[in-house]
Every structure is written in structure tokens, then in C-alpha cells.
Write a protein of this length. Sequence first.
Length: 361
Amino acid sequence: MKRVPQPAPAAPPALSPTLRVLLGLAAAVIALAGLSFARELVGPLALAAVIVIICHPLRHPLERRGWPSWTATTAVIVLAYLILAVMVALLWFAGTQFVKLVADYSDELQATAHAVVAWLQSVGLDDQAADATGALLKPETIASFAASLGGTVLNVLTAFFFVLAYVIFMAADGARYARAEASFGASIRSTVRRFQVFNTGVRRYYVVNAIFGAIVAIIDGLALWALGVPAPVVWAILAFVTNFVPNIGFVLGLIPPALLALVVGGWPMMLVVIAIYCVVNVTLQVLIQPKFVSDAVDLSLTLSFFSVIFWTFIIGPLGAILSIPLTLFVRALILEGDPGKRWLRWLSGDAAAARSPDPLL
């Protein structure tokens, strides 16, 4: 009886799974170190990309009406520049008013600092802890914080011309990328579709955040004005800007007006301000807003919170505002389109990953 030859056993993989994971982590660390080293270029690049993604849909109705491609591109650039101009104007106004406010209330801040120190000592805290806590309310400390914040804004403005240049180039390339599937056929359809979904998610995320941020800013500003807290417009602008920082933005926007309320109205006014901010922000940002952005973002709460800290560490202050798009981009680039990574996508918060191997196909 003739023996049937058995197939040769498969060769073992050149690298063990553990070694592949370690090499992948090492490559990721090197890439992230490079991003951090080049943050002055990467941050403006990411900001310009997000702005162009938001403005790009303006091109389509103009081209359908017969506008030449170059005029549609110009319209996208003009809209992007208008958005940048408005944001810079808001930040400039809020920053200058904040510095003026510190100077006007320096005596009251000093008196409040002494009162806080005395209260801490009365409840049993030692002098060192009380002095350290009271120092946070001293005018020079707040002015130093304002100066550092101003320095951060100045660094952003220093790189502003990079953003302006990036916007021009990306807006011009947007028309060419739209023809990718027609040029290369159906073989790249899944990739094109994946980044179309990413662009739509980023656009919806920022549009919804801008709408809810404006609502929160108006309500908070009117409440502060009714309570008699100085400069309610400044704190309304701060509430609007910090609304773009996931999870911790609410706290960042609350601390300055709460401290000022403590200075001008004592503990009762500060508690009222905290209560109003909590009610308004929890109702709108926690209960209502996620229903509008959940389909666009699909990130777990833990990953959303961690992404703020992570991207701020990697590319600086802009990372807090751009954290969600950057995280979505990494997921689209690395995880989506690979059926073997479905469980990782599901772990990151993508509920669609559990329903089909690739929901984008």
C-alpha cells in the first residue's frame, strides 16, 4: 500500500508573539518621542488638519453650482481663516481682561488669602500646609499663572503662520484626495471609506461641542452676571473654550470664576457658582451632549480621559483640545480594517466592532 506523503509542518514564526509585542511597543515609544520632539510642528499641523476637515464640506455645494475648483478651495481657506481669527480674538480678549482683573482685585485677593490661611490654621492644619494653600490665592501667584498661560498662548501664536500655511496646502489637496477611488478603483474603497468616517466623526464632534459650548457659555455667563461676579464675559469665553477639553474641561472652566466669587462674595457665592456650573454642565455635557456625539466618537470614558493627559504630554496644550481626533486617527490608522483587531476596537469603545468584522465594508 502506497504511503501518502504528509505535508511538511509549518515553520515556526521567526518572532514569538511576546517579542512582536515588545518590538511594537518599542517602535511606538520611538514614534511618540519623535512627535514630542517635533511638537512645535506637529501641533499646528494637527490643528490645521482639524480645521480643514471641519470646513471641507463647504466645497461640495459650491462645486455642484458650477464653481471652479480653485474658487471652492479659496472659500474653504477663507472659512478656516475666519474660524482661526475668531478663536484668537476670543482668547486675546479673555487673556487681557483676566490680567486687568487680577490687578484690580489684588487687595481683595490678598485679604482672601490671609482669611483662608487663618481658617486652615484654625481647623488644625500646620503652618506650612496653610501657607502653601493660601499662597495659591495670592495675586502674584495668580499673575504668574496668567503669565505662564499667556506664554503658552504666545507660543501658539508664534506657530500661527504654520497653521495658516498648512490650511492652504491641505485645502488644496482636499480636492485631489476626493478623486482617489476614481483613480485607483475599488481596491482602496475600504480605506477611503474608513477615513471618510473619521472625517465625519471629527466634524460632528467639534460642531456639536461648539454648539453646546456656546449654550453652556451663555448660561454660565448670565448666571455670573446675575450674581455680580466680575467679568462674566471672560468666564463665559473660558467655559466655551474649555468645553472642547473632554472630561476635565468643566473643572478648568470652573476654578477661576469660583475663586473670584470667593473673593467678592465669600463662601456662599462661591458655593452658588459651583452649584450652577455643576447643574448646567452635568445636564448639558454629561446627560444630553453625549447622545449627539456618541455615534461620531465611540470612545470609552477611560480612553477619552486618558487621551487628554496623553496628548497634552506628547504635543503640549493643543493636545488637550485635539485629543479626541488624534485618538480616533490612531485607531483608524492602526486598528480599523484589521479583523484581528476587532476586540481592541471594541475595548476602545467602538460598539460596531462587535457586530461585524469590518463595519466600514
